[in-house]
Design a protein around this ligand. Structure first.
Ligand code: GLC
Length: 693
C-alpha cells in the first residue's frame, strides 16, 4: 500500500513509474511542520533505519547525518554527509515498519538520531516535493512495493559481469595492447579495458586523440577479436573551443545551461573552461544522446558517464572572488587568519554551493535555477545516453553506468561508487553499501576494486577481489600516480588467475539472480536481517550478505586477519577455497563460528536446501559455457531440490522470465540426479551434502 502526498508545485522528476492518486488522509507516522520539507518521526531505542542508497556509514543509518546532494566527494572519510548519488528512500523498522521516499531534486537532510538519538528529522529548503509512504508486511515486501513504484532496474549485457580493468592514465594504443598482452600471457581473465579521460583530444567529449590512437577503430576490433571490449568515459562538461562541433552546435541550439545573463554558463573541469549541457531539456538530451553514435560507430558498446554531479573545479565568478581575496591580503602581514583564509578560498573554488545558484535550466518554457534540480543532473545525463543508445541500436543492450545518480536513473544505467581509496575501511563500506543501493533499484553496481586513491597493497587487492567476485560490476580502477594495480603488477599472479576464473564459474548464477532480481523488483544483495527477520541476532550483522537466493558471502575486510566470525541464522553449507583453489565443504549448524581464512582463502555459504551451479572456468564471456554445470548443494531432510535458472544471449533487450529453466534434483538410490533429462543443460557432477543432525 503506497500513499502519495504532493506539496507545492512539483517538478516531474520521473523517479516513479506508477501513476498514483494523491492521498487526502493525513500523512501517517510523521508530523510535518510548515511549508518547507520538515518531517519528524519518533524513533524507539531499537529502531533501525535502512536506506539512502549510496551513502556513508552502515546498513543501519541510525545515529548520523546524511545529505542528499550529489557531490564530488573524492575523499569520503566517515565524517562526510553527501556522496555522488542522492537516494531519498528510508526503510524504518521498529514499532512501525514502513518505507518513505522523498521525491525532491533539491538538497534533503536526514538527521537520523544524530541531534537527538530518539528523533528522525527530514528537512530541506524545498517547498516543492512529493512524499510516498509505503506500507507492507515485512522489509522485503516494502522494498518490493517501492521498487515497483520506481520501475524496473537496468539490465546490462552479460559481458558487463566479466572482470574489467581500468586506470586513469592509459593514454595511447600501446597501453591497451600491453594490458591485453599481460593478462593473456599470465592467463588472467579479462573482459574489458576502460578508457579514462586520456583517450580524448584535450578532454573533449566524443573525440579520440588521433596521434595516440592512429587506428582507433582497428584497435577496438583487434581487441574485440581477443575477447576484450573497450569502455570509454564521457564527462558532463563540454570544452569551450572554437571549431569543436559539440561546443558549436550546443551554443547554436541553446542546449547549454545558462547563467543569469542568458549566456551559456562557464565552469571548469578537466578541459579547463566548459559549458554544461542542459540535460533537463529533452531536446538537449536527445542531441547529446545521439553523440554516443560517434563511438558506437567505432565498435564501442559500453560507456561510463562521469563528473555529472556536476563537478566544478571553478566558475568565473568563483575565480574572481578568490583572486580578489588573495589580492586583498597580498600586502598584509599574512597571519593565522589569512593563512587559513587562503587555503579555504582555494578549497572553496571547487564544487562551491554558490555556483549551483549561478546557472539555470530550461524546461517547458520555464527557467529553473540549477540548485532546485541539482540531484537530477547525472540522472538526466545517463538518461540522455541510454535513450540515445537505444535509438542507435534498439534491440541491443549497452553497458552504461554513471557516477552521479538519483532514484529513477536506475532504469537507465548502473552506478559505480565513485572515488574510494585503497583503505580497508572502504572495502567494508563497499560491502555495506551494496544492499542499500539494491533497495533503491541500483543493481548494477560495484566499487573501484583495490581502491581508487592512495596506494593499494597486495593483501587489500586480494581481499577486495574476494568480495568483488560477487558484485555485478567487477572493476579494478585506480587513480593516476597511485601504485599500479593491474593484477600483473604484483609479484605473484597465479592466485589472481584462479580467482578470476572462479568469477566466470559463478557468472551464470550471478547473471540469473541479477536478471530475476531486476524483473521481480527484488534485491540481489540482502542484509541477512531481511531474510531472517524473526532472528534478532541478525539485526546488527552488516558484514555478511545474502547474494541471490542460494548464497551468503562473509568476506574478510581487515588487514592481517587470519579469519573471521560468522553468524549463521540457520544451518548452512560452508564452502571454503584454499590458495590452491581446493574446496572444503562442511555443514555448519545455526550459531556463531570462527572460520580460519588465510590471505588466499575465502569462504561463502550455501543456504539450506539450496544449491549452486558452477560453469567450467573461462577467461571471458565469449568463451563461457552457460549450459554445463557442476552442482554443489545442501539438503536438510529433503530429497528434492530445485532452482529456476535464467539465461539468454546476454545482449538482446528482449528479456522474458517465462523461459526459466527448472533445474530439479532428486535423491535416488544411486545418488542425486536431475529429475528431467530434457533440461537443456548438462550436469557434469552433483555433490549434495546432507545434514545428519
Ligand atoms: C573522476 C572519476 C574517476 C576518473 C577520474 C579521471 O575522479 O571518478 O573514476 O578516473 O575522474 O577521469
Amino acid at each position: 500500500m503506497i500513499k502519495k502526498y504532493n506539496f507545492g508545485t512539483v517538478f516531474p522528476t520521473e523517479a516513479v513509474v506508477l501513476d498514483l492518486d494523491l492521498c487526502s488522509d493525513p500523512m501517517p507516522y510523521f508530523s510535518k511542520k510548515g511549508e518547507h520539507l520538515d518531517l519528524t518521526y519518533i524513533l524507539e531505542r531499537e529502531t533501525i533505519v535502512y536506506g539512502l542508497g549510496e551513502s556513508n556509514r552502515g546498513i543501519n543509518k541510525r545515529g548520523y547525518l546524511y545529505e542528499s546532494f550529489c557531490s564530488d566527494t573524492s575523499t569520503h572519510t566517515p565524517d562526510i554527509f553527501s556522496m555522488y548519488g542522492a537516494h531519498n528512500f528510508l526503510l524504518i523498522h521498529g514499532r512501525d515498519t514502513f518505507g518513505v521516499f522523498i521525491d525532491c531534486p533539491e538538497k534533503v537532510c536526514f538527521d537520523i538520531g544524530y541531534s537527538d538519538y530518539e528523533t528522525l528529522r527530514i528537512t530541506s529548503d524545498a517547498v516543492d516535493y512529493t512524499i510516498y509512504v509505503i506500507d507492507g508486511t515485512n522489509l522485503k515486501s516494502i522494498v518490493k512495493s517501492f521498487r515497483t513504484l520506481i520501475g524496473e532496474s537496468y539490465i546490462p549485457p552479460k559481458w558487463a559481469l566479466g572482470y574489467q580493468q581500468s586506470r586513469w592514465g592509459y593514454s595511447k594504443e600501446s597501453d591497451f595492447y600491453e594490458i591485453a598482452d599481460q593478462y593473456e600471457k599470465l592467463d588472467i581473465p579479462i573482459e574489458s579495458i576502460y578508457m579514462d579521460i586520456d583517450y580524448m583530444e584535450a578532454y573533449k567529449d566524443f573525440t579520440v586523440n588521433h596521434t595516440n590512437f592512429p587506428n582507433f577503430k582497428n584497435m577496438v576490433s583487434n581487441l574485440r577479436s581477443r575477447g576484450i571490449r573497450l569502455v570509454p568515459i564521457i564527462d558532463a562538461g563540454v570544452k569551450i573551443e572554437k571549431g569543436y562541433s559539440v561546443y558549436e552546435e550546443g551554443v547554436k541550439k541553446g542546449y547549454f545551461c545558462e547563467s543569469e545573463s542568458g549566456k551559456p554558463f562557464v565552469a571548469a573541469v578537466w578541459p579547463g573552461r566548459v559549458h554544461f549541457p542542459d540535460f533537463i531539456n529533452p531536446d538537449a538530451r536527445a542531441w547529446f544522446g545521439e553523440k554516443y553514435r560517434i563511438l558506437t560507430d567505432c565498435g564501442i558498446d559500453g560507456f561510463w558517464n562521469d563528473m555529472n554531479e556536476p563537478a566544478i573545479f571553478y566558475s568565473e565568478e568563483g575565480l574572481e572572488e578568490t583572486f580578489a581575496y588573495l589580492d586583498s591580503i597580498r600586502d598584509t602581514n599574512i597571519g593565522i587568519k589569512e593563512s587559513f583564509g587562503m587555503r579555504e578560498a582555494i578549497d572553496n573554488l571547487s564544487n562551491n554551493p554558490k555556483d549551483y545558484e549561478r546557472f539555470y535550466h530550461k524546461f517547458n518554457g520555464d527557467r529553473i535555477v540549477h540548485r532546485k534540480l541539482h540531484n537530477l543532473y547525472g540522472y538526466m545525463m545517463t538518461r540522455a545516453a541510454s535513450e540515445g543508445l537505444s535509438t542507435i541500436q534498439q534491440e541491443k543492450r549497452f553497458l552504461l553506468f554513471s557516477r552521479a545518480s538519483y532514484i529513477g536513473m536506475h532504469r537507465y544505467g548502473g552506478i559505480w561508487t565513485g572515488d574510494n581509496s585503497s583503505w580497508w575501511e572502504h572495502l567494508l563500506l563497499n560491502i555495506k553499501m551494496m544492499p542499500s543501493l539494491n533497495m533503491c533499484g541500483f543493481l548494477y553496481s560495484g566499487a573501484d576494486l583495490g581502491g581508487f586513491g592512495c596506494d593499494t597493497t597486495y593483501d587489500l587487492m586480494i581481499r577486495w577481489l574476494q568480495f568483488g567476485l560477487f558484485t555485478p560490476l567487477m572493476r579494478n580502477h585506480s587513480a593516476i600516480s597511485t601504485r599500479e594495480q593491474e593484477l600483473y603488477q604484483f609479484p605473484s599472479t597465479i592466485y589472481f588467475s584462479k580467482l578470476l576464473k572462479y568469477r566466470y564459474r559463478l557468472l551464470p548464477y550471478l547473471y540469473s539472480e541479477f536478471v530475476k532480481a531486476a524483473k521481480r523488483q527484488e534485491m540481489l544483495f540482502l542484509p541477512i536481517a531481511f531474510e531472517y527477520e524473526s532472528d534478532s541476532l541478525t539485526k546488527s550483522i552488516e558484514d555478511q550478505l545474502l547474494v541471490g537466493e542460494c548464497l551468503m558471502t562473509a568476506p574478510v575486510y581487515t588487514q592481517n586477519a587470519g579469519g573471521r566470525y560468522v553468524y549463521l541464522p540457520e544451518s548452512m553449507l560452508m564452502v571454503k577455497y584454499n590458495s590452491q583453489f581446493e574446496r572444503t565443504c562442511k555443514i555448519l549448524e545455526k550459531g556463531h563460528h570462527y572460520i580460519e581464512l588465510g590471505l588466499e582463502e575465502f569462504v561463502f555459504f550455501i543456504r539450506k536446501n539450496k544449491f549452486l551451479f558452477l560453469a567450467p572456468e573461462a577467461n571471458n564471456t565469449d568463451s563461457l559455457d552457460c549450459s554445463q554445470f557442476e552442482i554443489i548443494g545442501y539438503s536438510n531432510q529433503t530429497d528434492f531440490l530445485s532452482y529456476e535458472y535464467y539465461d539468454d544471449d546476454g545482449l538482446s533487450t528482449k528479456i522474458d522470465l517465462s523461459n526459466l529453466i527448472k533445474i530439479s534434483l532428486k535423491k535416488q538410490t544411486s545418488g542425486w540426479a536431475l529429475t528431467d533429462s530434457t533440461v537443456p543443460i548438462k550436469i557434469t557432477k552433483i555433490e549434495i551434502f546432507e545434514a545428519s543432525f
